[in-house]
Design a protein around this ligand. Sequence first.
Ligand code: NAP
Ligand code: GCO
Length: 264
Amino acid sequence: MANFRLDGKVALVTGAAYGIGYSMAKALANAGAKIVFNCRGKEHMDAALAQYKADKIDAKGYFCDVTDEDAVIKMVEDIKKTIGVIDILVNNAGIIKRIPMTEMKKADFEQVIDIDLVAPYVVSKAVIPDMIKKGGGKIINICSMMSELGRETISAYAAAKGGLKMLTRNIASEFGEFNIQCNGIGPGYIATPQTAPLREKQPDGSQHPFDKFIVAKTPAARWGDPEDLEGPIVFLASNASDFVNGHILYVDGGILAYIGKQPK
Ligand code: NAP
Ligand code: GCO
């Protein structure tokens, strides 16, 4: 029988101070994993530690910018010394910048690529050697439905998430023989701080046009909640998915399968 428990496992969830990362970390903790997370800001860290405590989760937080390779290596080494080798890595930390491509500064484009694509490579490179020594591990990269589709103003983000899909497949290919499974989760439109600007009420109190658009494009006729990702992350972090490798699991309410409701 497939085993969905994570007792005795150490899970690093990057950027798990709030949003999707927090929900996935909570799910992994409830399945038995010891949680470690990182973020950049003290305010976010303090709030996150208070929330983990309120949720009765003994999580350890690190101040670490995932784009700083030296800081990432130091964090991974400290986790190994104080808690244990990382068994499960969730590359979740990410940003988006919504700027028309011809108006986007090169530095803005590069920052999105650095956090959303280069950083998952940096963190994965830091954890894989000890996963190999330990006999295996799980890496889950948080991709996006924009790993498959584009839209106006998010050229850097779509390029990064498309690249992350292929990085996922390449890690799966290069390290599968060491019993490391690398898969992706591709959330659809999820209600978090990252998408708050797309859902905020209009000045006249009416629904944001993009909010209406997404609900019409989604068979489930709703935005996703971070909690919708809890089952998928436990599955991909557990032995239940030991023969799943290089797969992107889309958790999108069906949006990628659907042409969209005809406007009335
Ligand atoms: P969010 O609410 O903006 O949270 C992002 C998290 O990442 C925060 O904890 C943030 O903390 C951290 N972070 C950002 N840059 C970082 C850096 N350089 N180093 C360390 N931590 C960093 O985003 P979300 O909606 O939860 O999204 C989480 C992941 O899911 C992202 O990869 C996103 O692209 C992806 N995703 C989101 C959606 C959606 O609809 N929301 C859909 C598909 C995919 P600090 O700012 O304090 O560092
Ligand atoms: C946007 C949204 C999306 C979501 C998500 C969809 O501006 O279109 O932010 O990119 O964040 O990635 O899967």
